[in-house]
Design a protein around this ligand. Structure first.
Ligand code: ADP
Length: 434
């Protein structure tokens, strides 16, 4: 074989080795992208370092923020167990110098190097001959060092090895950063869950504490109104309306809490839609009367019998009808229509009020959404009524639709199956409103 041929062969062999190394690095990158557990990842990285660089051992050390010492986070090689607990000082160690200078190092004969931290070998019983090491950085800041120790078969460490180690160290840094981000995210998530639970508990307790005195106020006010006349009756009407508004706000908060925590369970019963609507209308008629509004009812005589949760359907009608009353001028008309179509029951709550701009129609079912900002608005409310109504209708596997024209009025139509779908679980989480 000619010298030239020999040269070519050697060159090809080098290139093949280079490709095979690159393939392994690529494999490692894939593993890093797929694994989020940092301990597992760092173990894989040191293992790959020993295989790729043909060394007896490899390690990843991280700077301890409190002590400033370097601690082993992952070690590959026979000396694994004995090295792990050792803390390496920044001063008087090769790893310390790599970290403080932020520069790679190649030391072929460790024994004659004054920077070598010999105590590590004394403690572990391992014999270090040669070391290469590179700093590990996250966002320009050195967080640790990756080292490879003793080339197998007495071969020498090279700067090519250092270059490869630097590539792997970059991957290790990414893995550590990812793990830190994940840990931060987990903590934030746990905190959020705790806060959510606190909010949920607070609402439950507050609602419980408010309900009893409110029922008493409502009871007394109703009793006194029946007895009173003239101006006193007018005043009692105002007390009664305020108390009813407060009750519906509390109910909205409780319902939202239940919907969000997935605690809502359907209590199915068989009832007539007309009867349920009539009694809700009767409940709200004092509020309509106070605005001199007429509630027009248009429902077939023959009962539309459904199997559903009566309280929850009442809440839907009540939320829609109170909005209709609220967003309609004094003396104007609002109304409810109901009917049956095939195997569904439907009802429409309509009004001749202010209407909803087209661009807002997609948002009004969102929680806390109000078209007019709540501090400057003329209308009371928390922006919860429609989202709760939708969640309740969703629970029944029904639909809620809205049609509206600005300045002319709105119509909300709800349709639910006559019978609750038997094949579906009765206890289900309410879908979040859009
Ligand atoms: P709120 O407690 O503010 O009434 P809702 O969730 O019931 O909250 O309604 C959300 C928003 O949708 C309301 O603030 C209002 O801007 C608009 N809206 C709802 N119903 C009507 C209606 N019948 N007429 C006009 N606007 C309405």
């Amino acid at each position: 074989m000619s010298v030239r041929e020999e040269m070519y062969k050697e060159r090809i062999r080098e290139m093949e080795e280079c490709i095979s190394n690159l393939e392994r690095v690529l494999k490692l990158v894939r593993v890093i992208n797929a694994t989020l557990e940092s301990a597992e990842l760092l173990d894989i990285i040191v293992q790959v370092v020993t295989e790729l660089l043909q060394t007896e051992s490899a390690s990843i050390m991280l700077i301890d923020k409190e002590t400033g010492e370097l601690h082993f986070k992952a070690v590959a090689g026979e000396n694994r167990a004995s090295v792990r607990p050792i803390a390496v000082p920044m001063e008087g160690s090769i790893a310390g110098q790599i970290a403080t200078q932020n520069q790679p190092l190649l030391i072929r004969d460790v024994k004659s190097d004054p920077r070598w931290y010999r105590q590590a070998d004394e403690k572990s019983g391992f014999v270090t001959r040669s070391i290469i090491g590179v700093p590990m950085q996250v966002q320009g800041k050195v967080i640790g060092v990756v080292e490879a120790v003793n080339k197998r078969g007495d071969a020498e460490m090279t700067w090519e090895d250092v270059r490869l180690l630097a590539v792997l160290a970059d991957q290790a840094a990414i893995a550590i950063q990812n793990a830190e981000l994940l840990a931060e995210l987990k903590t934030a998530y746990e905190q959020l869950n705790r806060l959510d639970q606190m909010k949920s508990d607070f609402i439950a307790v507050a609602a419980h504490e408010l309900r009893t005195p409110l029922s008493l106020i409502l009871g007394y006010a109703m009793f006194l109104r029946a007895e009173a006349s003239g101006e006193t009756q007018e005043q009692l009407n105002i007390v009664l309306q305020s108390a009813m508004r407060l009750r519906s706000l509390i109910e909205d908060m409780v319902n939202l809490r239940e919907v969000e925590s997935g605690e809502v369970a359907l209590e199915l019963e068989t009832f007539s839609v007309q009867e349920m609507i009539s009694s809700t209308v009767e409940d709200l008629s004092p509020i309509a009367e106070a605005k001199r509004q007429r509630i027009c009812l248009s429902m077939p005589r023959e009962p539309i019998v459904v199997e559903a949760d009566r309280n929850k359907m009442t809440l839907v009608v009540s939320n829609l009808l109170s909005n209709a009353i609220k967003f309609t001028r004094e003396g104007s008309k609002v109304g409810v229509q109901a009917g049956r179509k095939g195997s569904t029951a439907w009802f429409t709550v309509w009004d001749t009020g202010i209407g909803i701009p087209k661009k807002e129609l997609g948002h009004i079912f969102d929680r806390f959404y109000q078209i007019e900002p709540s501090l400057s608005r003329h209308y009371e409310g928390m922006g919860l009524g429609l989202s709760i109504a939708k969640a309740m209708v969703d629970l029944h596997h029904g639909r809620i639709k809205v049609q509206s024209k600005e300045g002319r009025g709105s119509a909300f139509t709800v349709s639910v199956p006559l019978r609750y779908p038997v094949s579906l679980p009765k206890k289900s989480k309410a879908g979040k409103s859009r």
